[in-house]
Write a protein that binds this ligand. Structure first.
Ligand code: PLP
Length: 394
């Protein structure tokens, strides 16, 4: 089997002709006869066949196939956003009376989805800490799914997926992972024992901050439920968007390597700054997730979170953030550009859990020159009180 970096150049391409899959637009697909139309409608219950725009077309199929290969699954369905992919997966697999156990640190809208939507359908949910060695005690007789994000959002806590998968499988519980951090390349939940892997393709797969999409890749046993929910809820993606993500995939390995290398460089530098009391980045030696990251991940990415010394007030830190010139302020990550965003884990992703006391800032390290990014961050650190310009840019 060739390396995935090699296969990225070939996945989801036509067998001959155009080097990259062209954009196919269409709602109505015409048949030669009623017999052929009837045949296609029967066939599409069990296999992929062109029949109607909402069911996909050549461009969409090509991206589905590429992501399936990347994630190492049976098949993939695409959704208009990452959150749509998550919501559809939960609706596909859970019914009234079921319980879903969720790891702390998941993408915050998942909490909102559970609290303001799933509860109306009689679906119960609760959370467990990624550091809880005795996490199984949170399983209930009604637990149908364990939903994890590894590494989690903001603090990048990693879970021992093979160990969790073993317990889930013994009890007939589905294990679903949000794999946006790993994006099919740096981390592979299906290979680690998960049944379902969801990726916000909006992030690194697209990679250029210009497209929204989500993917769900599953084992053979789980696929029908996902296909069914996409049909029933009318979830489909535009061919232009599938094309953009497919185009992004060609450079995924190259981009991720650069993001990861620059982020590690910046993370190591920040860890040595007096104003910063902690740096969260699993590839950084000393991070509490480093051993699991070494064991289970094959790469990293551009995300890191810094904790400012707790003696700095929010106003002081935010005035310093105002000095940044290269880092943009905005949601999402995974594009070519560097971003910062304040995070408040206590009120969002870690509700009720102990969280670091200092001001937390999430950085996405883009494709810019790391020396320029460090200089920019040095400008921010230099205006903090009690830290001389000399120290800040040393
Ligand atoms: C961004 C993100 C999502 C949601 O993706 P959208 O395309 O913005 O809906 C889901 N999970 C994680 C971990 C994310 O970072």
């Amino acid at each position: 089997m060739k390396a995935r970096s090699t296969r990225l150049a070939h996945m989801g391409r036509p067998a001959s002709g155009w080097a990259n899959t062209p954009i196919v637009k269409g709602s109505t697909y015409l048949f030669e006869s009623l017999e052929q139309w009837r045949g296609a409608r029967k066939q599409r219950e069990t296999q992929r066949v062109l029949s109607y725009g909402a069911r996909g077309n050549e461009t969409v199929y090509a991206l589905e196939d590429a992501i399936t290969e990347l994630e190492g699954g049976y098949r993939t369905k695409l959704f208009p956003t990452g959150l749509a992919a998550i919501a559809s997966t939960l609706l596909a697999c859970l019914k009234a009376g079921d319980h879903v156990l969720i790891s702390e640190g998941v993408y915050e809208p998942v909490r909102r989805l559970c609290a303001t939507q799933l509860v109306h359908y009689g679906i119960e949910y609760s959370f467990f800490s990624p550091h809880d060695a005795d996490w199984q005690r949170h399983l209930r007789p009604s637990t149908r799914m364990v939903y994890v994000e590894s590494p989690g959002s903001l603090l990048y806590d990693m879970l021992d997926l093979p160990a969790i998968a073993q317990i889930c499988h013994e009890r007939g519980i589905l294990l679903c992972a949000d794999n946006t951090w790993g994006s099919g390349l740096a981390y592979r939940p299906l290979a680690l024992g998960c049944d379902i892997s969801v990726v916000a393709a909006t992030k690194y797969l697209g990679g250029h901050s210009d497209v929204m999409m989500g993917s769900v890749t599953t084992t053979r046993a789980c696929f029908d439920a996902i296909e069914n929910v996409s049909i029933n809820l009318g979830q489909t993606v535009a061919a232009e968007d599938a094309f953009l993500v497919l185009r992004g995939l060609r450079t995924l390995d190259l981009r991720l390597r650069r993001h990861a290398q620059s982020a590690l460089d910046v993370a190591g530098w920040l860890a040595g700054q007096a104003a910063i009391s902690a740096v969260f980045h699993p590839a950084l030696p000393g991070d509490r997730n480093h051993a699991l990251w070494r064991r289970d991940a094959s790469g990293s990415n551009g995300l890191l979170t810094i904790e400012f010394n707790p003696e700095f007030s929010q106003a002081t830190v935010e005035a310093a953030i105002g000095e940044l010139q290269l880092f943009g302020i905005g949601s999402s990550w995974g594009g070519f550009e560097s971003l910062v965003l304040p995070v408040d884990p206590a009120s969002t992703r870690f509700a009720g859990q102990a969280t670091p006391p200092g001001y937390l800032l999430r950085l996405h390290i883009g494709l810019e020159e790391p020396a320029d990014l460090k200089e920019d961050l040095g400008r921010m650190l230099a205006v903090l009180p009690g830290l001389s310009q000399q120290q800040a840019i040393a």
